[in-house]
Design a protein. Structure first.
Length: 328
């Protein structure tokens, strides 16, 4: 099963074939634009090019199907979005001191932090260069998306202000940090697929909701991920605030005192980490988080109501629920 089929299993054979062909063109263009005459720069730029799911470019290709379908501009838009995503991973891995990414050593581990940061900047530049070739409106959207990505990351690394609602702050961070780029992926696909202004705006909103679902489902996976082979409780170990943790903190039940204490700090002690995981898995906060995630997925689907029916819309309507219920 190829990436298009694995990410969009509800696609018809004809649509899956078109998406697969489109993704081949994206992969070819990605390989082309990260080339550099300096072998060291070329190697570092290509380090994370393989192994990703290509969720964002596939969404761009799929959104274009609401109009006239994939063309050279759609392909370049998909490449610009994916390069922006890859560049952000270079920076994320430095901030997280990550050692692995896509099944191999992260760029900061393979090279060093300075190289990872500067090559990440180089890839952001490449992405902007490609998008600039699509016109001033596309370049403006790219710049606005980049600002939101950065703002989301900055706010994610800081505590919510004392006068802010913690849940509202957290969801706003997700919208900026994850939702904004996926929104741009869907928006570009509709734009360069020749869709109406109204459809382009619907797809932008849809993409932002899907991006939030993606991150919210990660919050749940971090607690229940034993079955998927992922390391459970990574966020707990690092003291990262997630949706289930926010629900625990908002609990008025006196019996939750111990769990509230555990999730108020990084859990570097293995015994405390295991205890927190056990308590969270049995706590109503986990089901609350699942329901919230499903609710955001439903909001994404509802946006598509005015667009009628087509092969592409069948996939777009199924996608948020698939993201919400994913196991990896």
């Amino acid at each position: 099963m190829n990436k298009a089929q694995s990410l969009m299993p509800s696609a018809s054979d004809a649509l899956a074939e078109r998406l697969t062909d489109g993704l081949v063109a994206v992969e070819s263009r990605l390989a082309e634009v990260v080339q550099h005459e300096d072998e060291f720069i070329a190697g570092a730029s290509q380090h994370l090019l393989t192994g990703g799911k290509r969720f964002r470019p596939l969404l761009t290709l799929l959104a274009s199907e609401l109009g006239t379908g994939v063309n050279d501009a759609v392909t370049d838009a998909a490449v610009g979005v994916e390069l922006t995503h890859i560049a952000s991973l270079y920076h994320d891995d430095v901030m997280d001191a990550a050692e692995r990414r896509h099944g191999k050593a992260s760029v900061n581990a393979e090279y060093d932090n300075i190289t990872a940061i500067i090559v990440g900047d180089l890839l952001f530049g490449r992405a902007s260069e490609i998008v600039a070739g699509l016109g001033s409106e596309a370049a403006r959207i790219q710049a606005q998306t980049f600002v939101r990505l950065c703002a989301g990351q900055i706010r994610d690394d800081r505590q919510a202000p004392a006068d802010a609602d913690p849940m509202e702050h957290y969801l706003g961070v997700l919208a900026d940090k994850t939702g904004s780029l996926i929104a741009t992926a869907a928006r570009y696909g509709a734009m360069f697929g020749g869709c109406s202004t109204e459809t382009v705006e619907l797809m932008r909103q849809y993409g932002e909701y899907v991006g939030m679902v993606f991150q919210l489902s990660d919050d749940v996976l971090d607690i229940v991920s034993d079955e998927s082979g992922k390391t459970p409780g990574t966020d707990l170990r690092e003291g990262v605030t997630t949706l289930p943790v926010l629900y625990v903190r908002a609990s008025k039940d006196p019996a939750d005192g111990r769990l509230k204490d555990l999730v108020s700090r990084p859990l570097t002690d293995d015994a405390e980490h295991a205890e927190a995981l056990q308590l969270l898995r049995a706590h109503p906060a986990l089901e609350q988080a699942k329901r919230h995630t499903a609710s955001v997925a439903e909001q994404a689907v509802a946006l598509l109501e005015p667009l009628g029916d087509s092969d592409a819309l069948t996939v777009l309507r199924a996608l948020p629920g698939q993201v919400a219920s994913r196991t990896v």
